[in-house]
Design a protein around this ligand. Structure first.
Ligand code: SAH
Length: 225
């Protein structure tokens, strides 16, 4: 996957990645139930075309998931918006994302001023994502690891987003939530999952809510280069 950040200024001006095209995406998200203006603004200003291969840049502002190599995808903007909206509800500062992928979701969180930690199991994807964070001047802490273990040394987290699907909630991630914190994760079988929002209650225990039907790539064990 190539990443030619040097071409960004021209790319911004051209029709299919222009501000007008991004504005249209935001209007579509709004029409589909995304109302948090902070989230809409972060998506309006984030250059999503820089998070996909140049050959796909012209499709970057469609509300659709796109391939990023290694059998993985950059999430659909609506899903990124919905997860981010759910996460902001807990008024978080420190957040953890499992499944860095292209880095787009992490970049949206960083643009909202959050202290972002992200874990990715595919080394090559993480290297490219880190390059993007650097080029965009964003501070995102990342590590190459199996994210099912979370990132205990840096926890607890006010919010944890899992951007790959597992058959069940991962207990270790629930354990790294601060009191009052939320875990947002797709749970279910390969073809269809429910996006769950799990809140760690200050008085102990958890409260669970289904946000939306979603389709994510699977949460897999171990790491690869
Ligand atoms: N948030 C990403 C979406 C990437 S798709 C984005 O905005 O682009 C899901 C990602 O989760 C893939 O990159 C996949 O490699 C990663 N993943 C799957 N299982 C994982 C695990 N156990 N630990 C860390 N990352 C994992």
């Amino acid at each position: 996957m190539s990443m030619r950040i040097g071409r960004r200024p021209e790319a911004l001006g051209t029709g299919l990645t222009s501000q007008r095209v991004r504005d249209r995406l935001v209007e579509r998200l709004r029409a589909n139930g995304i109302h948090d203006e902070r989230v809409l603004e972060a998506i309006r200003t984030m250059p999503r075309h820089l998070f996909v291969d140049e050959a796909l840049a012209t499709r970057a502002y469609e509300d659709t998931a796109l391939p990023i190599g290694h059998g993985q995808t950059i999430s659909q903007p609506w899903v990124v918006a919905r997860m981010t909206e759910a996460l902001l509800a807990s008024n978080p500062k420190k957040v953890l994302e499992i499944g860095t992928g292209s880095g787009y979701q992490a970049a949206v969180l960083a643009a909202l001023g959050l202290d972002v930690h992200t874990v990715e199991r595919i080394g090559e994807l993480l290297r490219v994502a880190r390059k993007r964070f650097r080029q965009l001047g964003m501070t995102v802490r990342s590590k190459h690891d199996d994210g099912r273990a979370g990132w205990a040394e840096n926890g607890p987290f006010d919010a944890i987003l899992v951007t790959a699907a597992a058959p069940a909630l991962v207990d270790e991630l629930k354990a790294q939530l601060a009191p009052g914190g939320v875990l947002i994760a797709p749970v279910g079988q390969a073809s269809a999952q429910s996006l769950l929002q799990v809140r760690s209650l200050p008085e102990g225990g958890f409260d669970e809510q289904v946000l939306a039907p979603v389709v994510f790539v699977p949460l897999l064990p171990g790491v690869v280069d």
